[in-house]
Design a protein around this ligand. Structure first.
Ligand code: AMP
Ligand code: ZN
Length: 111
């Protein structure tokens, strides 16, 4: 998607602080962190949101979920972490390329 911010990051057209990538996901630091650690994990294929998922995405989403606790450990989050997926405008989604927020560190406010 040529007008998608996160697709531009995947393409290298917009810089990002990348902490991990493989053939199907990219993980980078959120530009406006809400916690000591605030990463975004995105699929390299453009998917608007959770609402666009279908059975063909089964392995991708499973792999993303399995990578989250490994990333958290690598970031030193040994006491736990928070994941958030905002979906649609009523869900607070601002960038319409599916992403999982990974947050952690001291003093995470109650949800
Ligand atoms: P959401 O509200 O769930 O759509 O979250 C979008 C997130 O993307 C926000 O936390 C923003 O701070 C973050 N963000 C926006 N632009 C960039 C960027 N260029 N690099 C890294 N993170 C970004
Ligand atoms: Zn995109």
């Amino acid at each position: 998607m040529s007008d998608c911010l996160f697709c531009k990051i995947i393409a290298g057209d917009i810089p990002a602080d990348i902490v991990y990538q493989d053939n199907e996901v990219l993980v980078f630091k959120d530009i406006n962190p809400k916690a000591d650690v605030h990463l975004l994990m995105i699929p390299k294929q453009h998917i608007n949101s959770l609402e666009q998922l279908n059975a063909s995405h089964h392995d991708l989403i499973s792999n993303m979920m399995l990578k989250l606790p490994i990333l958290a450990k690598n970031q030193g989050l040994n006491g736990g972490f928070r994941t958030i997926i905002n979906t649609g405008k009523d869900g607070g989604q601002e960038v319409f390329h599916l992403h999982m927020h990974l947050l952690g560190g001291k003093n995470l406010a109650g949800f």
